[in-house]
Design a protein around this ligand. Structure first.
Ligand code: MF3
Ligand code: CO
Length: 251
């Protein structure tokens, strides 16, 4: 069942989204060679606390941290670690913010110091794929239109789209209906309606889309060891189009 949100509920989620967006804006300055993802984790936790918010991922299905920090070939659900990031790395920081019971979810990939041209291209294509997907999140379209647009663009640029992890509805729980794959066929899936709130979060790989799981049962990485990136926004469907609840340009 897809729970539609009222304008008031969407406003509350937008408050959570604003806090999340301001975290990402600060991470741009913080992520440099030498910083550890553990320091990022601690910064995020204390920043959320200072702003009256809590990290929803901590304790979710036994996950222990406020953030996921996925470096280089790690696709998602990397654990924060005390190992320094080095120049040329890319890192995706993903988190869910709870502000007065309303949730927002956003992941962003960052280059550490000087990165290679091909890593830069991966980041550009992945971010553009997110916005191409958002463009399809219009009343009357179907969920499959989003994934189709993303897959067509990403594969056209010579990259691949991860299949094993997808976007999702979100509200008072992290994962609600609908499922939002970043691949698929146009005209398929549920019809998009006013009041739906879901994430679009393409994970894009340089090589194969296939994944392998670490022994920690959480972290997914690319099967071929090549780089992976991800950008994620939480989107509300409104009469005037998709509204980005985690927009970093508005704050
Ligand atoms: N933020 C993630 C998403 O985009 C959810 C993380 S699951 C957790 O779907 F267990 F790591 F918290
Ligand atoms: Co997320």
């Amino acid at each position: 069942m897809i729970v539609l949100k009222s304008a008031r509920e969407i406003e509350q989620m937008k408050e959570a989204g604003k806090i999340l967006a301001s975290v990402h804006k600060q991470l741009v300055k913080m992520i440099k060679p030498g910083v550890t993802t553990w320091e990022i984790e601690e910064f995020v936790e204390s920043y959320l606390k200072k702003n009256g918010a809590t990290p929803q991922q901590k304790g979710y299905r036994g996950y222990k941290y406020a953030t996921c920090a996925s470096v280089n070939d790690e696709i998602c659900h990397g654990f924060p670690r005390k190992q320094a990031l080095k120049t040329g790395d890319i890192v995706t920081i993903d988190m869910v913010v709870n502000y007065q019971g309303a949730l927002a979810d956003s992941a962003w990939s960052y280059g550490v110091g000087q990165i290679s041209d091909s890593a830069e291209e991966l980041l550009d294509v992945t971010k553009k794929a997110l916005y191409i997907g958002i463009q399809q999140a219009q009343i009357g379209n179907r969920i499959g239109d989003i994934g189709h647009a993303i897959q067509t663009y990403v594969e056209g640029e010579g990259f691949s789209v991860v299949r094993d992890f997808i976007g999702h509805g979100i509200g008072t729980a992290i994962h609600e209906k609908p499922d939002v794959p970043h691949y698929g066929l146009p005209g398929k899936g549920p019809r998009i309606k006013e009041g739906m709130v879901f994430t679009i979060e393409p994970m894009v790989n340089v090589g194969t889309y296939r994944i392998k799981m670490d022994n920690n049962a959480w972290t997914a990485r690319t099967e071929d060891g090549k780089l992976s990136a991800q950008y994620e926004h939480t989107i509300a469907i409104t009469k005037s189009g998709p509204m980005i609840l985690t927009d970093q340009d508005e704050i």
